[in-house]
Design a protein around this ligand. Structure first.
Ligand code: BGC
Length: 923
């Protein structure tokens, strides 16, 4: 199929998402929209370094250009105080930002420019409005901390806010952050306007300017509750524990907790967000049919600006035996852009059976079932009169779905439950039901039938595609060793697929290719493609921002565009959406994820998947499940009740599978109730496939740990993974050869051929849906990109591979160091270890010139080498880089012109020889 990707439309759609995701918390004193005739002073160095996303795998999109907030304002015709901008530029040049060195090492914030009263007063003389931008990154292997520069403001930021507040009539504070930060100090300075502008990707500044200038009225809503203090969140006492994290708050996450137990602790509620205009939201009629309720809501724009409004439908359940939160979100819709006085009727529909509760203790008489306890169920529209609701009265408790106990904890602890207290509830506790299941015995009872081995009958995967042979006939041809290979993902940077991507899977050996199984390609994810070889890609708003839009159609359209861009780059499967629950505001990866609410989470993920599918590709929903903290993430045990898993932590995934048609899933790094998810049968088989009917394929997270119940981890235990029906281990250095135990376990009978054949079929069924496969039969999708600027064009030149051994020297004399460009190549690491990497260059620039070159290894900044003018003399600078992955892409990024490059040399670092790969290290 031929598709057209209109780059302008892509940019506009992303900017719209970056505008619609902005959440305005206050706007007094007519501060916004800005008056275009007036000069605006922008404070905060982040105006020069807009955070398009956080860091780590989810933030490594190599973009050609990022439009920051000041750029966006100037492009929108706002008069920005250029003198102040000049002061920032000069200071920034002399005080370069710190990118950090190594994985997860970028500082959470950058040092702010000190402000003198004179600078602020001079600026205030030019116009009455100031914008202050506070910036924070976010990231993998990091956590936000209750420290200055992280969750709290630094002294310099406080000083900036105080001085600006004292001098300006109108102060607008913009939070260019990945997740929540403390608002205490900010609000104490009484800013006139306060907006979460999140991290909006490469067009984030355009979106922000659209909102600030009033081109788009703010219409984002909070996907999380903002409490007064971080200690107010119910998981606070447990979050961050390195060993074992008890989810004692159970299903009472986010607003489910605050509404039920502690409404007074809420600074801004879930779903909150102001607009420039006002709306009248009126329930017109309610319809009930069986267990389904529909509420018709008329929304009228009663203000002076055009704008969109989000309408949310909630469900309140009877307390019953189980105990329930006061309300849960069950549907939402967003209006089109309504002109003043214009109205639109929205229909919100939800079904009680999708909102049933899981009885994990048997207290309702229906253990391990989704139940609707008898009583009155009330569907209502948030913020509307509680009389206007659709009610369903159940006279008997109904079982909606029978399941079997799975994933329950093995360790005793107590969880929250509401106890009636006057008109409200007080916090009580009850013991969590424990597991009575032996997963391995369950697995043995359900072993898949084995297909008799036929040897190569000449059946190729394309024959299955054409319906000439069945998948079983095809799979029956695979030998033990072919089956052992197909469950290996190869990477990172496998030369079998697009250079610099996370993995190849499926056809990871020549023999599998002969059988007609191509290597399909996975790339991070989630907000744009991570192409470590330096290829430019589009960077989208982060997950939290997308969720804040509450706009399913817009998100689908955005990911339809991205899907086409994936096809252009021969990427079949994005490693995203990330959809873990915002259990606690300090989680470093919250920026990639959507919300504290599972319905919103699942619905947004489904919207993304729909968009990618329309473009012939797909995404991988991750991390399945309970990946809610970065601290010690490879080893942490999340101890969670089955009810909380089913209703909160699995729920979004279930929606993405059932409604979003997800076909690819990544498990987590850590343990869930004692068992690493990579080898967890009940997670990957009982719940995912048996309960939900999932028919796609699953993969581990990269170099994940695996264990068996009661045993320690053993990464070579691919058999444990395969038995659990987690299909692909991500990643192995070489698909052909790997020190795993698959063949040995087959021989001993610990793992059956039937199990491996089943996994191979899961993988092959998925491969059949990919472009990688369609290309093998001449039916690959083509995408014509229209209107992409020249500097964005990616080169078709293949990335050159060198064999890395001690002493490798690569001639760079033909490479031009042009500001803002990259030079990339790839290494096949024949001798793994730490290397001293030295770059030799000269420069004719002045002695005081600073000419930095940053070396990225596998997309991670691994050292910035800075030359001054050398008067033409050769000068060598070095850094140390761990090279343990078999394929490593190296990208040299030139932040300035003016280096005459000679060579890059690699020397094995004998002193560090004893250190192994950082990914093996307990953090
Ligand atoms: C992350 C995943 C990511 C993978 C590949 C891991 O560190 O947890 O989300 O997709 O790396 O880059």
């Amino acid at each position: 199929m031929n598709r057209i990707l209109d780059w302008e439309h892509y940019l506009r759609t992303a900017a719209d998402a970056a505008a619609e995701g902005i959440v305005m918390l206050r706007n007094d004193n007519g501060a916004l929209p800005l008056n275009k005739d007036e000069t605006v002073s922008v404070f905060g160095r982040i105006q020069l370094h807009y955070y398009k996303s956080g860091t780590g795998s989810g933030g490594m999109v190599n973009v050609s250009k990022v439009t920051g907030i000041t750029d966006g304002l100037m492009e929108a015709g706002v008069k920005v105080n250029e003198e102040l901008l000049g002061i920032y530029r000069e200071w920034d040049e002399a005080n370069p930002i710190d990118l950090g060195s190594g994985w997860g090492a970028e500082p959470w914030s950058q040092e702010e420019m000190p402000l003198s009263e004179e600078v602020v007063e001079n600026a205030a003389a030019k116009g009455e409005t100031a914008i202050v931008i506070i910036g924070r990154t976010a990231g993998e292997e990091m956590e936000s901390r209750v420290e200055a520069g992280s969750f709290l403001l630094t002294d310099k930021e406080k000083d900036m806010l105080a001085k600006v507040r004292a001098a300006f009539k109108k102060v607008v504070v913009l939070l260019n952050v990945g997740g929540l930060i403390d608002l205490g100090y900010i609000e104490s300075t009484a800013p006139d306007a306060l907006l979460y502008v999140w991290q909006g990707g490469m067009t984030g500044g355009t979106g922000a300017a659209d909102v600030l200038t009033g081109r788009i009225s703010p219409c984002g809503k909070l996907p999380d509750t903002i409490a007064y203090s971080v200690e107010d969140y119910p998981s606070h006492a447990y979050f961050g524990d390195r060993e074992r994290n008890f989810y004692a708050e159970d299903i009472y996450v986010g607003y489910r907790y605050f509404d039920t137990f502690a409404p007074e602790k809420v600074r801004y509620p879930f779903g909150f967000g102001l607009s420039y205009t006002t709306f009248d939201v009126e329930v017109q009629t309610c319809e009930v049919s069986g267990l389904t309720a529909s509420i018709y809501v008329k929304v009228r724009n009663t203000g002076k600006y055009c704008g969109k409004e989000v309408v949310m439908m909630y469900l309140s359940r009877p307390q019953g035996e189980l105990g329930q939160p006061v309300k849960t979100l069950c549907a939402f819709e967003k209006t089109r852009n309504l002109a003043p006085n214009e109205e639109q009727t929205l229909i919100l529909t939800a079904d009680l059976s999708d909102n049933a509760s899981y009885d994990d203790s048997g207290v309702t008489g229906n253990k391990s079932c989704f139940v609707l306890e008898k009583g009155r169920y009330r569907f209502f529209i948030g913020g509307c009169n509680s009389e206007d609701s659709a009610n369903i009265e159940l006279h008997e408790t109904a079982v909606v779905r029978r399941c079997e106990q799975a994933l329950a904890p093995v360790e005793a602890f107590e969880r929250f439950r509401p106890l009636p207290d006057g008109d409200g509830f007080k916090l009580g506790f009850e013991p969590v039901p424990l597991s009575e299941v032996d997963e391995d015995a369950r697995r043995l009872e359900r072993l898949p039938a084995e297909l008799e081995y036929t040897g190569d009958k000449g059946i190729r995967l394309a024959d299955v595609y054409r319906g000439e042979h069945t998948m079983d006939e095809f799979i029956a041809q695979l030998s033990d060793s072919e089956l052992a290979c197909i469950i290996r993902g190869e990477g990172m940077g496998s030369p079998r697929v697009t250079a610099g991507t996370a993995s190849a899977f499926g056809g990871v050996t020549d023999r599998l290719n002969e059988l007609g199984i191509p290597a399909a390609c996975c790339s991070d994810g989630p907000s744009g493609m991570r192409l470590d070889c330096g290829t430019k890609a589009f960077s989208l708003p982060n997950g939290t921002m997308l969720a804040s839009t509450f706009n399913k159609e817009l998100i689908t359209e955005l990911f339809r565009c991205m899907g086409m861009e994936m096809s252009v780059n021969k990427v079949d499967c994005l490693l995203g959406p990330g959809m873990n629950i915002h259990r606690h505001p300090l989680n470093g990866r919250n920026f990639e994820y959507f919300s504290e609410d599972p319905y919103l989470t699942g619905t947004i993920a489904a919207a993304e998947l729909r968009g990618m599918r329309e473009s012939g590709v797909t995404g991988t929903i991750k991390h399945f499940c309970g990946n809610n903290q970065e601290t010690n993430r490879h080893f942490l045990d999340s101890v969670v009740s089955e009810r909380a898993l089913r209703e909160i932590y699995l729920k979004g995934f279930e929606i993405a599978v059932k409604q979003g048609g997800a076909t690819s899933i990544m498990t987590t790094y850590g343990k869930l109730n004692g068992l690493w998810t990579a080898g967890n049968y009940d997670l990957n088989t009982t719940i995912l496939r048996k309960d939900w009917g999932f028919t796609g394929f699953t993969m581990t997270d990269w170099w994940a740990k695996i264990n068996r119940r009661g045993k320690d981890h053993d990464e070579s235990d691919f058999a444990a993974m395969a038995k659990a029906q987690n299909d692909v281990y991500m990643v192995c250095a070489d698909g052909d050869e790997n020190p795993d135990n698959t063949l040995e376990s087959l021989a001993s009978g610990d793992l059956t051929r039937g199990e491996l054949q089943r996994n191979a079929a899961n993988i092959c069924r998925f491969i059949l849906t990919t472009n990688a496969f369609r290309r093998t039969i001449g039916e690959g999708d083509t995408v014509t990109v229209e209107g992409r600027p020249q500097e964005e064009q990616t080169s078709d030149e293949p990335v050159v591979f060198y064999d890395l051994t001690d002493g490798l020297s690569i001639d760079l004399s033909a490479v031009k160091s042009v500001k803002g460009t990259n030079h990339s190549f790839a290494l096949t690491v024949l001798e793994p270890g730490w290397y001293e990497v030295s770059v030799t260059a000269s420069s004719q620039q002045s002695e005081l010139a600073q000419i930095p070159l940053t070396i990225f290894a596998m997309g991670t900044a691994s050292g910035t080498l800075t030359w001054n003018g050398t008067g033409g003399a050769l000068v060598t600078h070095s850094t140390r880089i761990p090279m343990f992955s078999r394929f490593t892409t190296i990208r040299l990024y030139f932040a300035q012109n003016g280096l005459d490059l000679i060579s890059i040399d690699f020397r094995k670092d004998k002193e560090l020889a004893s250190l192994t790969d950082i990914s093996d290290k307990e953090d």
